[in-house]
Design a protein around this ligand. Structure first.
Ligand code: COI
Length: 375
């Protein structure tokens, strides 16, 4: 049986119709059992997923709400061979009054289309991206955790979905959103991270896909990430392929350094790094708090010298999944080591509390970043 449901986004008065294919959802007791356990990151999935097919001739088809489950795929599907794929990370939060809100999905929608353009995939109307995130959250609202610090991680993604081995952009693509109730990204919770400086591998180059959120960037980072794990680190730090000193980004998040004269330093958006939504929000919050934020070329040498002189005090990683994670060390081959004077510094904690306070509805959303989800 297929039913049609209308999802209305009130603030912009956009109505998107979804065909709903009924699922066989887990019982309330099963959901409650999962949610009160150790969720970790990205291991549990809700009852439904959103799917929208695109065809070159006809454009975007009717959005569907489908039971969550495997996607049947022809072995000659282009994505399996040429990796034409992009994704996003968005979170929905349960507020103390029981309401649910999504954080800045319009920023993810805009970035998704930048990634789509770079990967020669079709652009998705932003209102469709946002409606899909809201619809899945509403349909699976039982899965939005109440546990402090936990949220529903939404993973929108798009891939070439054409059975064809010729090398060209696909004539058929598919957009899907899945959802995963999640806790901390890192196993140790807020324990300061140890980063591994990759000296053998780079993740991006001029004119490449560094700024796009495409699976290929993450695939290319995995060998260096394995190296990081083997050296007792949780994340890898990549530098610029040209000088091997300018900081690029981590395997899956952006980086900030904090100085003793109230400055935050972060690599500029030079085309090689991801324009993080958390990064952008931190910059706004920090400026409102009176910090000076410098978006510019930041080098590992500058970081090492700054720690030695006492100028650089704190460092943190940030991203939707990781939120804000303090950094304790940067280590690398041949005994290279930077130990941060304040492994979990006051500035890191202050900014983290503000952003999570807004997300979880315990601090005022002065900038209108939250989208309420009608349940
Ligand atoms: C996110 O922070 O949402 C990411 O996509 C980073 C990583 C989990 C891939």
């Amino acid at each position: 049986m297929v039913v049609t449901s209308v999802h209305q986004r009130t603030e912009q008065k956009v109505t998107v119709e979804f065909q709903v294919v009924p699922s066989n959802p887990k019982s309330d007791a099963e959901v409650a059992e999962i949610l009160k356990g150790e969720l970790g990151f990205g291991s549990f999935f809700t009852d439904h997923m959103i799917s929208i097919v695109w065809e070159k001739e006809t454009g975007w088809q009717t959005p569907e709400v489908l039971p969550y489950g495997p996607i049947a795929m022809d072995p000659a599907n282009a994505v399996l061979h040429y990796g034409q794929e992009i994704f996003e990370g968005v979170k929905a939060y349960r507020h103390p009054n029981g309401e649910i809100a999504i954080f800045r999905p319009e920023r993810n929608a805009a970035r998704f289309n930048k990634s789509a353009k770079r990967l020669a995939l079709p652009e998705l109307p932003e209102e469709l991206f946002i409606a899909a995130c809201e619809k899945l959250t509403a349909v699976d609202s039982r899965w939005v955790p109440e546990q402090e610090g936990f949220s529903l991680y939404l993973r929108p993604f798009m891939f070439a979905d054409e059975v064809f081995l010729g090398v060209r952009s696909a004539h058929r693509a598919r957009f899907i959103v899945i959802a995963s109730p999640s806790g901390n990204y890192f196993e140790g919770g807020l324990k300061p991270l140890k980063l591994w400086l990759s000296t053998s591998y780079n993740r991006a180059g001029v004119g490449g896909t560094g700024f796009a959120k495409c699976g290929g960037n993450y695939a290319a980072s995995l060998v260096a990430t394995d190296e990081a794990f083997a050296n007792g680190c949780q994340q890898v730090l990549f530098t610029d392929a040209g000088d091997n000193d300018s900081i690029d980004e981590l395997g899956g998040m952006n980086l900030f350094l904090v100085t003793n004269d109230n400055k935050l330093l972060t690599p500029e958006l030079n085309g090689n790094i991801l324009a993080g939504v958390t990064r952008e929000s931190i910059i706004e919050i920090a400026r409102d708090f009176g910090f000076t934020v410098e978006e510019r070329n930041v080098t590992v040498s500058e970081w090492a010298a700054g720690v030695k002189s006492g100028y650089i005090q704190e460092a943190f990683a940030c991203g939707t999944a990781a939120v804000i994670a303090p950094i304790g060390y940067l280590i690398g081959p041949d005994g290279f080591e930077i130990a941060l004077p304040q492994p979990t510094g006051d500035v890191t904690v202050r900014i983290r509390e503000e952003i999570t306070g807004i997300q979880f509805g315990t601090r005022a959303d002065k900038r209108g970043w939250l989208h309420q989800v009608a349940q």
